[in-house]
Design a protein around this ligand. Structure first.
Ligand code: PMP
Length: 375
């Protein structure tokens, strides 16, 4: 029977306790939110909402076409110019998601005969970019510039190394300086995904490449999402103008995808302008992450020291992670839960995200609930 194999997979998933379900988030949720990626607390900011609403009033509910046909508005250009300037790069190109931006960057920069060296801890969207690319991918150990250097040494054509700047599961940072040196030693490009760095790391949230002194480098390309610290939706690639021009002409997720909706573009632009005016939000998100980590480890939890806003707490097993997250929820706290197959190392975790707008009392309350519900 058609799709019969799906029943087998579904029962295997049920037996392993790994079934995922969707739960609508109520508009007026009473939960303390440490599960979203709204790192700067901007998603509900009146200026961001007005950015979205104003853009929709002027430009309509959708982009109406691909960027190369009718889907480019003035707002897209403004966002691209301001994002590139803010992060210190020559040019930027906005996509309908960070996922699409990553597929674009990797596929368009890895032609036939090229080598892509990819960190074992990279986000699924970079992994899928490698799978779609015409070049050959070599996966290397996590956060290991020496392994990258060695792998690049075997390249016979063009080569890139790809890495998250902040890894989404444990919140640890990539060794960007070492990766850039490894790439330069072999004339390779470095493509980094700053989804969790933009708005949190670097001066006033200019991102991890800025913090590492790599902003504007001719051999560095950065991808970002507009859906985390900027409180909107969408993605972008930043880099040298010639790379951005190449993407406009060669990246399939740019050419064949409808442009980013005006509302999302307007919201991201408003968030970027607000972040320029209120740069202290970035430092506060980092401070909240450190406070969460310090208080969690002081109460005996095994938590990874956060390099940005993601705080990861180890759970004993996938089942217990799910139950722990559910018990937190029942006690009024929303946390993320990572378990196989989202985590390739098989280690389940609670994933907490620091938000710049959390108060000291809220941090204490969150740590208290996590302690009280511990399996
Ligand atoms: N890269 C990383 C590291 C991410 O965590 C995410 C979002 N989960 C993405 C890319 C994808 O971005 P978007 O949600 O905008 O598609």
């Amino acid at each position: 029977m058609a799709f019969g194999w799906i029943d087998e997979q579904a029962s295997a998933r049920r037996r392993a306790g790994l079934v995922r379900t969707l739960r609508p988030r109520p508009a007026d949720s009473p939960l303390l939110d440490l599960a979203s990626n709204d790192y700067l607390g901007l998603a509900h900011h009146p200026e961001i909402i007005e950015g979205a609403a104003g853009a929709a009033r002027t430009w309509g509910g959708g982009a109406t076409g691909s960027r190369l046909v009718t889907g480019t508005t003035e707002l897209h250009g403004e966002l691209e110019r301001e994002l590139a300037a803010f992060c210190g790069f020559e040019a930027a190109l906005v996509f309908s998601s960070g996922y699409a931006a990553n597929l674009a960057a990797v596929t368009a920069l890895a032609p036939h005969g090229s080598l892509v060296v990819s960190d074992a801890g990279n986000h699924a969207s970079l992994i899928d970019g490698c799978r779609l690319a015409r070049g050959t991918t070599q996966v290397v150990g996590h956060a290991d510039p020496d392994a990258v250097r060695k792998a690049l040494g075997a390249a016979e054509g063009p080569a890139i190394a790809v890495s998250d700047t902040v890894f989404s599961v444990d919140g640890d940072a990539a060794p960007l300086t070492g990766l850039a040196a490894a790439c330069r030693a072999h004339g390779a490009g470095l493509v980094v995904d700053d989804a969790h760095g933009l708005g949190v790391l670097g001066d006033g949230g200019r991102g991890a490449p800025w913090a590492a002194g790599l902003a504007g480098a001719p051999d560095v390309v950065v991808t970002v999402t507009l859906s985390k610290s900027l409180g909107s939706q969408g993605g972008a690639v930043l880099g040298p103008a010639k790379v951005i021009d190449h993407l406009v002409n060669a990246a399939r997720t740019f050419i064949f995808d409808t442009g980013l909706a005006p509302a999302a573009t307007g919201a991201a632009l408003a968030a970027l302008r607000l972040l320029r005016r209120e740069p202290e939000r970035a430092a506060r998100a980092r401070e909240v992450a450190r406070a969460l980590h310090t208080r969690l480890t002081a109460s005996g939890h095994e938590a990874v020291r956060p390099d940005a806003a993601v705080v990861s707490v180890r759970a004993p097993s996938p089942d217990q992670a799910v139950r722990w997250a559910a018990d937190c929820r029942a006690a009024g706290l929303a946390v993320g839960c990572f378990r196989p197959p989202s985590v390739p190392d098989g280690v389940s975790r609670l994933r907490l995200t620091a938000r710049a707008d959390l108060t000291e009392a809220q941090i204490d309350r969150a740590v208290g609930i996590i302690g009280d519900t511990r399996p």
